[in-house]
Design a protein around this ligand. Structure first.
Ligand code: HEC
Length: 207
């Protein structure tokens, strides 16, 4: 009997410690505000109101616009073309006029709007990330995560590797939740119909 009481006391003590420590964890790791109904209010997405707004923030700080949004030239320098938000290299834009042999040997050439890149890998064009079928409109969230984690075009396992300068080796370190938020944001923006040209192999490759 005495032993039972002792065990019971020890058990209760452990539960109290567990409950207390899990409360502590919650306090230090996350401090979600809850409504009177216990529903997380505005802190679930690190202070952003929704998954989409959090995704927008990640896209902005992730530098995706640098390469994926065409620019307009103004007297103050290049500015993002808001009508082509994340629409990738415009299909109708003339190719940059350079000696590819020379560039492939010497290093890199890039279009003024950073959507066309010529280097030892050939020519790559930044992808259309809008929710149009010519962009990522038909992609699943799983494909998106697979593409960014593994550097594989369209997130289809037997597809081709994603070419430079797409910094997927850095972007792959996003958490699943961050990638999901980026995907949710990209699916929320204006679809732009733009068939980005396929990459061109290097001049040294003949077949
Ligand atoms: C330095 C330029 C650059 C930056 C910055 C950049 N990208 Fe890219 N991205 C590219 C290029 C160029 C391609 C096309 C590569 C190819 O055709 O293989 C590409 C391809 C992609 C693809 C694959 C598309 C497909 O059809 O398979 C995805 C997805 C993507 N980028 C998402 C992003 C996101 C999200 C960000 C920001 C977090 C980002 N990129 C930042 C240049 C960039």
């Amino acid at each position: 009997m005495k032993n039972n009481v002792k065990l019971f006391m020890q058990g209760t003590f452990c539960i109290v410690i567990l409950v207390f420590s899990s409360c502590q964890d919650k306090k230090t790791n996350t401090s979600f505000e809850k409504s009177s109904l216990g529903i997380p209010t505005n802190n679930e997405y690190y202070g952003f109101k929704s998954q989409v707004e959090w995704g927008e923030h990640l896209v902005l700080i992730g530098g995706c616009h640098d390469c994926h949004t065409p620019k307009k030239m103004t007297s103050h320098g290049p500015v993002l073309d808001t009508t082509l938000w994340l629409a990738g290299h415009p299909a109708n834009m003339p190719r940059i006029d350079i000696d590819r042999n020379e560039v492939e040997k010497k290093g890199l050439a890039v279009a003024m709007d950073l959507t066309e890149w010529v280097g030892p890998w050939g020519i790559s064009f930044s992808a259309n990330l809008t929710p149009d079928p010519t962009g990522i409109g038909n992609w699943t969230e799983e494909q998106f995560i697979y593409a960014l984690r593994n550097g594989i075009a369209k997130g289809i396992p037997d597809s081709r590797p994603i070419l430079p300068p797409m910094p997927w080796e850095m972007i792959r370190h996003m958490t699943d939740d961050e990638m999901k938020a980026v995907f949710a944001y990209l699916r929320s923006i204006k679809p732009v119909n733009n068939i980005v040209p396929a990459p061109v192999p290097p001049t040294s490759v003949t077949n």
